[in-house]
Design a protein around this ligand. Structure first.
Ligand SMILES: Nc1ncnc2c1ncn2[C@@H]1O[C@H](COP(=O)(O)OP(=O)(O)OP(=O)(O)O)[C@@H](O)[C@H]1O
Ligand SMILES: [Mg+2]
Length: 272
């Protein structure tokens, strides 16, 4: 598949919520965006602007009330194994070990149906290794730190090898140090070191603008209520991105630019 292939398309998407005794609440309005195969797209915008709503529609967990949403040109009608979702408070199964959590989808979902037990176990071991949890396979969630639990959630997501990763502030609860490490690992999982045509497609929501600039190919900035696309900013910072990237003057300049773009929107959202 060429890197110019459109993987996900939102065209004129709107989402209204019915509110008892009041006019419908318009969460998202006329939102159009094409996300390319292999692209790392980050969405930023003030609290309540509709970021999670857009992600839920892409995940098929919620339906748009206007417009169309497609994956590989097919309408999205519900959740599917081609899309993996990760939320900020992604719950692990407390009664399962790290290995059990990571392998859950492979064992019980469609992603592992065609795999032999040996192939499944190999993939689980490889994924645990990839997120740096080797040696903790037999631990239970309560025996892990917050950062380690987040790694398990990330491993569980990628073990199913979905084409598309939909991530809603997955690192927000972490301390700055763990967060930085997991950003590096996420880029590796996405395929930073592979050609663009072999990468997964990621839609990633964050409030942290430095995180957006570190990760993204493009940054979609949303307006405050109702959520529309304000602008899309291309991120020219070279890959692979490393600690040295954060020290570049271009990095800081881009953080400032994105921040100035959302500042008015954030202010409008706070006083609205
Ligand atoms: N089920 C619902 N019923 C009614 N209104 C809703 C519902 N879900 C979301 N909304 C409203 O839609 C708007 C967008 O919500 P959404 O959760 O998508 O925002 P967000 O950008 O993800 O915010 P945050 O940054 O705080 O996570 C908000 O005004 C919210 O109150
Ligand atoms: Mg949200």
């Amino acid at each position: 598949m060429s890197a110019d292939t459109i993987k996900l398309r939102l065209a004129g998407v709107g989402k209204r919520f019915a509110v008892a005794g009041k006019p419908d609440a318009v969460a998202v309005d006329d939102f159009s965006l094409d996300i390319r195969q292999g692209e790392f797209l980050v969405v930023v915008g003030p609290s309540g602007c509709g970021k999670t709503t857009v992600l839920n529609v892409l995940a098929g967990l919620d339906t748009a009330t206007a417009g169309t949403v497609t994956i590989d040109e097919r309408p999205i009608a519900g959740p599917g194994p081609d899309r993996g979702v990760m939320f900020q408070d992604y719950a692990l199964f407390p009664w399962q070990t790290v290995r059990g959590n990571v392998g859950f989808g492979l064992k019980y979902g469609p992603a592992g149906a065609s795999l032999s037990t040996a192939a499944r176990n190999e993939r689980i071991a490889h994924t645990i290794d990839l997120v740096g949890l080797k040696g903790s396979e037999d631990k239970y969630p309560h025996q892990l730190s917050g950062g380690m639990r987040q790694r398990v959630a990330l491993a569980r997501l990628i073990a199913n090898e979905p084409d598309v990763l939909l991530m809603d502030e997955p690192l927000a609860a972490l301390d700055a140090q763990t967060r930085t490490i997991l950003q590096d690992e996420l880029l590796r999982v996405w395929g930073q070191d592979r050609p663009a045509s072999e990468r997964r497609t990621v839609v990633f929501i964050t409030h942290a603008i430095d995180e957006a600039v570190f990760l993204a190919d493009r940054i979609a900035v949303m307006t405050a209520h109702p959520g529309r696309l304000k602008t899309i900013v291309d991120n020219p910072l070279p890959r692979p991105r490393t600690d040295a990237t954060r020290a570049l003057p271009e990095f800081q300049a881009l953080v400032q630019r994105i921040w100035s773009l959302i500042r008015d929107e954030a202010y409008r959202a706070t006083v609205a």
